[in-house]
Design a protein around this ligand. Sequence first.
Ligand SMILES: Nc1ncnc2c1ncn2[C@@H]1O[C@H](COP(=O)(O)OP(=O)(O)O)[C@@H](O)[C@H]1O
Ligand SMILES: [Mg+2]
Length: 502
Amino acid sequence: MVGGEYVEKQETVLQGVFLNKRFAGVHAVQDVSIELQKGEILGLVGENGAGKSTLLKLLVCEHEKDSGEIYFKGEQVHWSDSYEALMGKVGLIHQRPSLVPDLTAAQNIFLGKEVTHRGMLSDTQICKDAKKLLEAYPINPDFDLSMPVHRMTAGQREVTEILRVLSYEPEVLILDEPTASLTKEESIQLMRILRRLNRENGLSIIHISHRMEEVFDFCTRILVLRNGKRIGTVDKDHFDKKKIIHMIINRDLNEFFPPKEGRTGETLLQVNDVTSEQLDHVTIDLKAGEIVGLYGLSGAGMTDLVETVFGIKRFKSGEVIIRGESFSTIHPTHIIKKHVFLVPEDRDTKGLFTKFSVKDNLMIAHLSSLLPKGLIRRKKESEIARNGVKRFAIKCSGLNQEIRSLSGGNQQKVVIAKWLMEDCDVLMLDDPTAGVDVGTKREVYLILRELTKAGKGVVLVSSDILEIIGMSDRVYTMRDGAISAEIPKPEITQANILEHVL
Ligand SMILES: Nc1ncnc2c1ncn2[C@@H]1O[C@H](COP(=O)(O)OP(=O)(O)O)[C@@H](O)[C@H]1O
Ligand SMILES: [Mg+2]
């Protein structure tokens, strides 16, 4: 056993050979072969639209393949649909599960299984069995199994789907971005459960995720798809972020980030000797036209700093100066009027009102400009929201779609778009690209550079050191709530940064 994972020598459990699938005009999967060894956890990565979901659906015969062959435990299979695959012990957990809206979680889990040798399962029996299932796979121990699907969030639907598929005790489990809609705690629990099944039962897993750290941590091998083609595989011993990003986007990392700005203008923001419960005599400044990166180990004070400047957290001494105007206390509503904005860290709980629609969310930051006469004019509202959706290429079915049903990348674009539609001078972003795919990351970077070209200033907090290096014109490092170094552009290297954060 290596690193706690179940490893048995090279026994292919599921295999796709030269698979092809075309949709009208799109060759979504092109001659892709994929082999999953018994006990292996294979990560499948690629940009949005690379063909990952389609490939997985071909493997469980949910899509009919144009050509190619599928083998399970050495024998060619011809399942007629994904239900047959599931009965055959290969389960796909969908990105957007299709559950029956009017039935409860428990009923959906046991749908199709009600008929036993003893006749129909009673509803009490279903509830009992579902409860047992949740106890065996405690993704979220408080999960309400009696809630009808139509009242569920995307995350609750995902939990239902996971339990449903696990109830068949599959030998191969295929997961299509399961963690995108789950909470952090649920994701951690899911990983724990899957690891246990892998270790104890030799469950073989194919896992899609945009979270590179999650894939590195969880998977034993990675398969990269690009434009519907298999680019290659990388074993755990050779996992390397730069290399895999290169395989995903076919570009070098320095081309991945837009060119930096040469010129800066007036000082937009100064933090002068600010001390609070979390911050220790912090002094920084931000000029028009630059991106200033804040980097440190988690908990070193970067989030505290931007939240303090935005007025979410109080400070005891020192001052914040915005275009020459000094503040010793700050309230968010006040600071927004000074055109300073924050895209917060956890977009689920702070940045987005997840129950509201795309339009509501785009409007919230904009209310001030609509409200002078005490009225929100419906027509103007729609017009502004429509512009936002267009400008940032937000993929939604309509302005009234619920935010939480959008993909993570599109949710993030809604948050950023929300603030950019206001006239901002200073935009602070707290880990804006955590958990979004590389394609969306690049779009976010381009937007930020557009902002600086227009004379705005950006404060970028990121847990990704490559993003800090690639995007920052200047870097402040932090340690224990204090600024430990200021690094000018020519000296921004990984070594220089790490020296001051560790
Ligand atoms: N049902 C479908 N009808 C038409 N085109 C589709 C369908 N499903 C996927 N596609 C197209 O196939 C390509 C691959 O999509 P997909 O497999 O969903 O990618 P990924 O999961 O990697 O984001 C995309 O160009 C997508 O638009
Ligand atoms: Mg997909």
